[in-house]
Design a protein. Structure first.
Length: 189
């Protein structure tokens, strides 16, 4: 069995899609949802789908081994960030070299970096008059939105798109592609 740990800070629509994608898979499973936000709705989604959860604060994440220890206990093979807003600390990066992936709601290297998440990304894309946007799945390193790109998919940005309508197009792309790309990566481990 290969195990996936999902890190998420908020709503968790991607996390839910990923859990459901692997629910009947006999060789890949989502072994835990990890969150820095005790009020994140992703935790409710996880509980409803019987996936164990772990909540941690800044000190636990950056100054202790408790998260790494839990990842080891869960026999984690791949870490998937799905709307997770903190940088991954060195101890986890070291232990999971090339085994941490993230999804970003734009076509990196544009519209990435610190503070670029959620609707801020879509606002910036629309403000710049871009004709297209999309999603980027990439490996995670010590910087925001910086690691090697694994997969991109595009959508059009129309004149009448709002950050909300663009977010909805992007979410559709994310839900369609992220679980499949994750499956391919896990199969190759
Ligand atoms: C997703 O659109 C993801 O690309 C974005 O957060 C959203 C989470 O949605 N991530 C970032 O902006 C990271 N820089 P969800 O909670 O519904 O899955």
């Amino acid at each position: 069995m290969k195990n996936i740990a999902i890190f998420a800070s908020g709503n968790g629509t991607n996390a839910e899609r990923i859990i459901k994608h692997f629910i009947n898979n006999e060789s890949i499973s989502v072994s835990g949802i990890y969150s820095n936000n005790e009020n994140a709705f992703v935790l409710t989604r996880a509980k409803n789908l019987n996936v164990p959860t772990m909540v941690f604060n800044r000190k636990m994440f950056y100054e202790s081994e408790v998260v790494v220890d839990q990842l080891k206990k869960d026999k984690t093979d791949l870490i998937v960030l799905a709307g997770f807003l903190w940088l991954v600390p060195g101890n986890i990066l070291k232990m999971y070299k090339n085994r941490i992936v993230n999804i970003h709601p734009a076509l990196l290297p544009k519209y990435g970096g610190k503070g670029m998440y959620g609707s801020r990304v879509h606002e910036a894309v629309i403000e710049a008059g871009e004709k297209e946007s999309g999603i980027t799945i990439h490996y995670v390193n010590e910087k925001y939105d910086d690691g090697k790109i694994i997969f991109q998919a595009k959508c059009t940005v129309n004149k009448d798109d709002t950050p909300e309508s663009l977010a909805s197009k992007i979410h559709k792309l994310e839900h369609r592609h992220y679980p499949e790309v994750i499956e391919k990566i896990v199969m190759s481990l």
